[in-house]
Design a protein around this ligand. Structure first.
Ligand code: UDP
Ligand code: MG
Length: 309
């Protein structure tokens, strides 16, 4: 029996890309060793993406769609797709053709060789990204890796193959705002990474601003580790020790009768510790917020329509 491969494509305002990504995937499976299905997850697009997807769906029996009631973010779009994918393996790929579709062949090959996860990471020299973006992406993975308990390659992408057993595990993780890239590494199994060179975006614009990336970084760190919570303890200890050193100075000044000239140093100290305390409160707040969101147990996404239900 031929194995079924599910191709999972999150879509947010990609009207110009739907036909070309469909064609690209079909071309990959032209030589049919595997059966395939495509699942488009329309993540609340405001453009004509949904109607274009429906046109494609109408003329193919192996193309499906799920459409959200609003934008829930890419990770949730991926989760929805995983839930409904029927394949023996699922490949997630961006709609904008930045992930070279011909690499699916290599992924399938590695899967047949026994890998449960085949993920991709951006090759170092990326002519399509600005220096600033490359730098911030590097920093992002440095910070996430050092502060959290999973190791991620620099530039790891959401272009990957997941075996059915990994998909089942992921489907049973009910975490609010899942951080996919980290989760996939965290689950273990036999994983293999392959480098890729991203294509330029054909049409449309990137959905990730610097602000969104900062949020992603904070989420990446705080979903995988409580290390930031320890910052308060270490900083507190350091300053407690330093302040002990201050005692002899105070005592000697008192003994010698110096008037302690204080205003500037007091203001600086208050401002410094005020800032530090706010920062640490903020860190506590992030974790508290996560608990709050998690305790509400809201669904990850709301499906408005689909031909899979
Ligand atoms: N995407 C999505 N929901 C969002 C943002 C993005 O489903 O809220 C999809 C988008 O349509 C694309 C993929 O996620 O298929 C990657 O997005 P994008 O190309 O904007 O990210 P970049 O390649 O710039 O990291
Ligand atoms: Mg892109």
């Amino acid at each position: 029996m031929k194995k079924l491969i599910s191709i999972l494509i999150p879509v947010y305002n990609e009207e110009g890309n739907i036909p070309s990504i469909t064609k690209a995937v079909q071309e990959v499976f032209e030589d049919p060793i595997h059966d395939f299905e495509i699942i488009f997850v329309n993540d609340g697009s405001a453009d004509k993406s949904l109607s274009i997807i429906k046109q494609v769906v109408a003329t193919h029996s192996n193309i499906f769609y799920i459409s959200f009631s609003r934008n829930f973010g890419k990770d949730n779009a991926l989760l929805a797709g995983l839930k409904y994918a029927k394949g023996d393996a699922v490949i997630t790929i961006d709609a904008d053709l930045q992930h070279p579709p011909e690499m699916i062949h290599d992924m399938l090959q590695l899967w047949e060789e026994g890998n449960d996860v085949v993920y991709t990471y951006r090759e170092d020299k990326n002519e399509h990204a600005s220096n600033f973006n490359q730098f911030s992406s590097k920093m992002f993975y440095k910070v996430v890796n050092s502060l959290s308990d999973v190791e991620m390659e620099d530039g790891i992408a959401d272009y990957r193959l997941l075996d059915k057993k990994v998909v089942n595990v992921l489907n049973n993780i009910h975490e609010d705002r899942p951080f996919f890239r980290g989760l996939v590494k965290w689950v273990g199994f036999q994983q293999k990474g392959i480098p890729y060179m991203p294509n330029a975006r054909t049409t449309g614009v990137t959905k990730y601003s610097t602000k969104a990336l900062t949020r992603l970084a904070l989420q990446g760190i705080t979903s995988f580790s409580v290390k930031p919570l320890n910052i308060a303890i270490y900083l507190g200890l350091t300053f407690a020790v330093l302040s002990i050193l201050y005692i002899p100075y105070v005592v000697i000044s008192l003994y010698k009768g110096y008037a302690i000239s204080g205003w500037t140093s007091i203001i600086v100290t208050i401002a410094f510790f005020g800032g530090l305390q706010l920062m640490i409160l903020g860190i506590l707040g992030i974790y508290l917020g996560k608990l709050f969101m998690q305790s509400k147990q809201r669904p990850h996404f709301i499906i408005k329509e689909s031909n899979l239900l």
